[in-house]
Design a protein around this ligand. Sequence first.
Ligand SMILES: Nc1ncnc2c1ncn2[C@@H]1O[C@H](COP(=O)(O)OP(=O)(O)O)[C@@H](O)[C@H]1O
Ligand SMILES: [Mg+2]
Length: 353
Amino acid sequence: MSEEPILQLKQIEKSFGETTVLRDITLDVKQGELITFIGPSGSGKSTLLRVVGGFHPQTGGTVVLGGKSIDALPPEKRSTGMVFQNYALFPHMSVYDNVEYGLKIQKVGKAEKDERIREALKQVQLDGYEDRKPSELSGGQQQRVAIARCLVLKPEVLLLDEPLSNLDANLRVIMRDEIRRLKEELNLTIIFVTHDQEEALSISDRVLVLKDGIVQQLDAPSVIYQHPANEFVANFVGHANLMEGTFKVEDGQTFFQAKKEEGLRFPVEGETPSNDSGTVLLRPEMIERDPESRHQGTVEKAVYHGNYVRYYISLYGESLFLDDNNPFHKSLLQKGEKVGVSFPKHLHVLPGK
Ligand SMILES: Nc1ncnc2c1ncn2[C@@H]1O[C@H](COP(=O)(O)OP(=O)(O)O)[C@@H](O)[C@H]1O
Ligand SMILES: [Mg+2]
């Protein structure tokens, strides 16, 4: 990955009539980087992708590709390849003809065309499927055709709008790995849209979190998950217990004291906020079952997930949930049972409201 941005969004604004759906969006994408746009339905992910692809001209700001503004260019002149959610394959045409389509429009010579089609089909592991119709392919294979149809045009940036949402859970994970592999093998620059937080965390170099057309955070997946910029990000990407409280020092030891309950107080390490109070993030896997702990709660609900059990507990009047990982050799607690829990020493404090 080189450090020069291949794609730059500069203060992008987009309104449909009176309604503003994107506000002041600035982003540099590096060559070979995979950036995911994530946010709830209606947050502006597709609109922003379409602005980049030239399908919706923005109402403010500039899109720069390879150092030049592409604002005046229509989609087909932009060197941005778009894969749509429904694949948009031509149903009556073979795989080969589908992939050929863009090259025909560009009037690429026969020999080169054939070579590029075969190369693109090989890249998505569909060599041998040239003569099939889309209806003779699985969902995953159709998705590969849609990607090959873009790759064959050698776009500088590949734009993928929820490309995996029509696939079943297992295939989604396989295709996610495929896209990562393609990105690495071909040094592709990709913008990937999803509303699935696990997908975003596992596929991306960086994640851009959108809410109501406003960027909430742009960071590496681990930073987004461990150090969310605000409550929205904390709750949208992963699950979160958010607890208000105060940091207090006694005999050289810092404690976090929950605002609601006197009894909920535990030692912490590391930096504390300058105003001594704040909302802390407790991911469910950060709270551990610990029979020895002085914090004894009551199980309100237990949900078995196989690889973990999620316990909803009440503790001194606070409602919390925790994930008990690897439950194979542990007793499964039932509603009403006592559960001891211990808290992490290092806490992420959300910025003040
Ligand atoms: N062509 C359009 N005309 C009017 N409003 C639109 C149009 N396209 C999208 N919107 C609105 O823009 C907002 C963002 O939509 P979209 O980008 O599709 O969200 P997302 O992809 O995050 O679900 C929504 O409120 C949607 O109704
Ligand atoms: Mg969308």
